[in-house]
Design a protein around this ligand. Structure first.
Ligand SMILES: [Zn+2]
Length: 224
């Protein structure tokens, strides 16, 4: 996406005549291009993007160089954990390799970002499984597009060692559909399935819930 935007921005001046280019130069300089790129990020509007770019310009060039280096190498440095699907620099993430965690409880989440939010609450002692989305037929997302088969294999491979599956899915139509599907798929496994309950607003999003509410949701989870 960003590469595409960069490419189209770069092409724009070429499409104009030289006179027009000079006249519009102030609108397509590096500062504006970077502001446009930052404003494409979630939660950052045009004004915030501008503030970030001016801050970078006012700071030491080391900051810009460090940002550029980390961004350029991000996709090479970070991969999905081969067990749970979280982002990690190693083949297996620090949660999956932590022997102090309770590996008999798996918390199922929609995205890797949800893992970070739940970890910040320090409420959950178990391990995770990232689905990579929710079942959404209207958007063309089916169970086969998600990491559900992997979850079932994971539970099966541990042969009864997984005691509880906590579905920390958003209380939306998609979250409910996914929870119901998982419940059906796992009905023959000796695993208790619970879902975050109290404290989660209907139609809400885990991403926007404060730590205390999330803590209460974990404590108040219900069997499904
Ligand atoms: Zn992991």
């Amino acid at each position: 996406m960003i590469t595409d935007a960069k490419a189209s921005d770069a092409k724009a001046p070429d499409a104009k005549g030289q006179g027009q280019l000079q006249g519009q130069d102030h609108r397509s300089n590096a500062l504006d291009r970077l502001t446009t790129l930052f404003s494409k990020l979630p939660g950052i509007g045009k004004k915030s993007a501008g503030r970030i770019v001016y801050h970078i310009l006012d700071s030491s060039p080391v900051l810009a160089a460090s940002l550029a280096k980390e961004l350029a190498g991000l996709h090479q440095a970070i991969r999905r954990c081969s067990i749970c699907g979280c982002f990690t620099e190693a083949d297996t993430c620090s949660v999956c390799t932590d022997t102090n965690r309770d590996h008999s409880i798996i918390c199922v989440v929609e995205s890797a970002q949800d893992v970070r939010i739940i970890e910040d609450s320090r409420e959950f002692p178990g391990v995770y499984h990232v689905l990579g989305g929710l079942i959404a037929p209207l958007e063309g997302v089916s169970a086969g597009d998600l990491s559900i088969d992997k979850l079932i294999s994971r539970i099966g491979a541990h042969n009864g060692q997984v005691k509880e599956l906590i579905l920390a899915l958003n209380p939306t139509v998609e979250g409910d559909t996914t929870a119901l599907y998982l419940q059906k798929q796992l009905k023959d496994f000796p695993v208790e399935i619970t879902r975050l309950a109290s404290g989660m607003p209907v139609g809400g999003n885990i991403e926007y819930i404060d730590k205390l509410t999330l803590s209460r949701s974990f404590r108040g989870r219900v069997k499904v």
